[in-house]
Design a protein around this ligand. Structure first.
Ligand code: SAH
Ligand code: SF4
Length: 447
């Protein structure tokens, strides 16, 4: 979502004459778009700011126009005023719901000069999405589209409900319009974004509530849009209509990121996840009944307070039972202001390290196994960008695997039929054997 937000900030600043630059040294303004989800991400912000301060000072010594430093995103939201105190050389601090106000904040920062920074960490009543400019074509084949933001679930470990605010769904018409702009600009694949994307309940043109399953159906009708994905979904919000969409909508790719966090009922309860292991397994089974080749991805947290060896073993059991095609795993990070940060029985760091290593070894093995099962098959691959070597192009399979494809003649944005010939732990290699379901160029076999 930060990638999406950064793109939109860049679009909103374009009319003021700003364009993305190569490095901070040559930039008139630097925006750090920050993440607060774990301590490590959060801490990086201040070390990065230290480096930017040096760049800003050098520029001032050279007598050039002052560089504006802005901090956006969830660290900005969480720290607010404190950030301006701790790093007084920062000119602008703005939260994730206020970035449509960036142009006026930049103007104020120029006026304010040395008089202190400009702050906006409001959760405005009006949606920022109503104030953003049209999407600009940027030659990418695959694009993000934010449809939902915020969260009301309050998992005990998580800062999102505090930094991104309450759950909000964009209206259907606005999403369709943005999707059309992207497809007109050459996008073939959309990834719908939200902190809890399947909690989506936006209003349609007639004022009725629309769930993610129906929205996916509406998007699939856009001519030229070949692939739809969504992330991140929550098991509690997987409903029948979404499961149906996985069975019926061809453009909806057979890959789903469905985080469970832990395989222990006790820990799921302490996390306030709102479901147990049995319910998660039921959902996985229903999804796989609708779409038998569905590949699954997940997030896990190890070392949640009170997690015993038995709880951790239960997580490994769940991983073995589901079988993931890829996954992300994290050590529990105590976040200020969240209930879990204050819980007794915090797990020692070395225990977390050991559990993370064991879990990752299992997940890596599953990813490699999954990749191996696709070797020898012919899959539709969306060709996304030229590779490092001549005649090579990088693309993705329906299961979201990266593929290095050998193709003499290809057009980026095409979907080609690719014979998968070999795999590595995290990628595949293959060669084009014919046009896929949406080939835009010449059939390479004829050339
Ligand atoms: N809404 C999604 C997750 C969004 S946060 C969901 O509920 O599944 C992305 C991931 O960051 C989470 O799935 C979780 O695995 C991880 N995460 C969030 N807070 C964390 C914390 N305090 N410590 C470690 N990992 C955390
Ligand atoms: Fe955080 Fe996801 Fe839980 Fe919401 S549902 S509080 S975003 S982990």
């Amino acid at each position: 979502m930060n990638v999406y937000d950064s793109a939109r900030m860049s679009e909103i600043l374009a009319p003021l004459g700003y364009a993305p630059g190569e490095n901070p040294e040559s930039a008139d303004m630097v925006i750090l778009n920050t993440c607060h989800i774990r301590e490590k991400a959060s801490e990086k912000v201040y070390s990065e700011l230290g480096r930017l301060r040096n760049v800003k000072d050098r520029r001032a010594e050279e007598g050039r126009a002052p560089m504006v430093i802005a901090v956006a995103g969830c660290v900005a939201q969480a720290e607010g005023e404190e950030m301006l105190r701790r790093a007084p050389f920062v000119d602008i601090v703005l939260g994730p719901q206020a970035y449509h106000r960036l142009p006026e904040m930049v103007a104020r920062a120029h006026r304010a000069g040395a008089d202190g920074g400009v702050l906006n960490t409001d959760f405005p009543i009006d949606s920022k999405f109503d104030h953003l400019p049209d999407r600009q074509a940027d030659h990418s084949v695959s694009a993000f589209l934010s449809i939902q933001e915020g969260c009301d679930k309050f998992c005990t470990f998580c800062v999102v409900p505090y930094t991104r605010g309450a759950e909000f769904s964009r209206p259907v018409a606005q999403i369709l319009e943005e999707a059309r702009q992207l497809v007109d600009g050459g996008v073939r694949e959309l990834t719908l974004l939200g902190q809890n994307v399947n909690a989506y309940h936006g209003l349609d043109e007639a004022g009725g509530e629309t769930g993610l399953g129906s929205l996916v159906g509406r998007l699939a009708d856009i001519g030229g849009l070949a692939r739809i994905r969504y992330t991140t979904s929550h098991p509690r919000d997987v409903d029948a209509s979404l499961i149906d969409a996985h069975g019926n909508v061809d453009a909806l790719m057979p890959f789903l990121h469905l985080p469970v966090q832990s395989g222990s009922d006790r820990i799921l309860e302490a996390m306030n996840r709102g479901h147990d292991v049995a319910r998660y397994m039921d959902i996985v089974n229903e999804l796989r009944t609708a779409r038998p080749d569905l590949a699954l991805s997940c997030d896990f947290i190890v070392g949640f307070p009170g997690e015993t060896e038995t709880d951790f073993e239960a997580t490994l059991d769940l991983v073995r039972a589901v079988g993931y095609s890829q996954a992300y795993s994290f050590k529990f990070s105590a976040r200020p202001g969240t209930p879990a940060a204050g819980l007794p029985r915090q797990v020692p760091e070395d225990v977390k390290d050991a559990r993370l290593a064991r879990l990752r070894a299992l997940l890596d093995e599953q990813q490699y196994d999954f990749n191996t099962t696709t070797v020898g098959r012919t899959l539709d691959v969306l060709l996304e960008r030229p590779g490092r070597h001549p005649g090579q192009v990088v693309g993705r399979t329906p299961y979201n695997q990266a593929v290095h494809v050998t193709a003499e003649d290809f057009r980026v944005g095409s979907i080609a039929n690719v014979a998968i010939e070999s795999c590595k732990p995290r990628s595949l290699a293959g060669r084009v054997v014919g046009p896929g379901s949406a080939w835009l160029g010449e059939d390479p076999r004829r050339g």
